[in-house]
Ligand binder design. Sequence first.
Ligand code: IPM
Ligand code: MG
Length: 360
Amino acid sequence: MNKKIAVIKGDGIGPEIVTEAMKILDKTAEKFNHTFEYEQLLMGGCSIDANGVPLTDETIERAKAADAVLMGSIGGNTATSPWYKLPSDKRPEAGLLKLRKSLNLFANLRPAVLYSQLKDACPLKEEIADRGFDMMIMRELTGGLYFGARKTEEVNGVVTATDTLTYNENEIRRIAVRAFDIAMKRRKKVTSVDKANVLDSSRLWRKIVEEVAADYPEVSYEHMLVDNCAMQLVKDPAQFDVVLTENMFGDILSDEASMITGSIGMLASASLNDTRFGLYEPSGGSAPDIAGQNKANPIATILSAAMLLRYSFDMDKEADAVEKAVEKALKDGYRTGDIMSDGMKKVSCSEMGDIIAANI
Ligand code: IPM
Ligand code: MG
């Protein structure tokens, strides 16, 4: 097959980790007789430097014209980078949010899996790590606090900031349907996470999830409050199959879930709309402190490329080959610094890419 991939390397470690993911895609294309054509696009801080804005309309149009988008990470050090002296709608992250919204990428899939080889990197007690876990966090990505009206103003001489959390029933329904569809292909369990003891938006969330659940009698589902979920993730992560939640809760819980897999450098993600198109990026940030040092863990980005093959290109055996190649590298003892443990072989970002490519 001939496919066009828009590539947004971004800032910080973005260029290094995406280069390794492209190495893996190229090797996969060679092995399975495909042609992947890349178009590099700017977004985030590098686009601010080049174009004065974090995302241009042209970038949006070019991304739309591709079959899928592969992304690294964007943003810099929020305390020191000049990008953070700009108004909030001109900062790197505003580009990412606008891109997600413009491409209607409402379903964010973040699989958190504890590889048996990485048990030593898991910070949980041994008896918990021994049970392992394999969950899919389904985060709503184009609504909620991220996209509600916000303002900072003076009210009676007191500076006051407001963010609004809005969901309508259609936004909840479409992500819930996705979550139940995915659960049908997994262990058939959905945990819907909300704060229904306080928030109206969560009470509507619960009601709509219950309506959707009625169409999936084979799937067992439960509601869980977000604070309890944060606790359950470290107490008994094996209980989760599909975790369905709104934008902000999903942002926070997915970082927590990534850490119990050993490192945020292991967590892939896919952001999908209602076609086959998607944007694929690691869940972690741009890690400006280690940028340019060839130290970053490229595995989350490589696993995101595997999701791209699976979800946008329908290439299941190719995606399986990439995932197996990652597992073999781990089984053979290769580790980047973030997942290093005693007796393992420490490798750089590009060495990890070479090793995984050789395994395909
Ligand atoms: C993520 C990131 C982004 C988010 C930031 C960079 C805006 O943390 O993808 O999880 O909050 O969605
Ligand atoms: Mg995040």
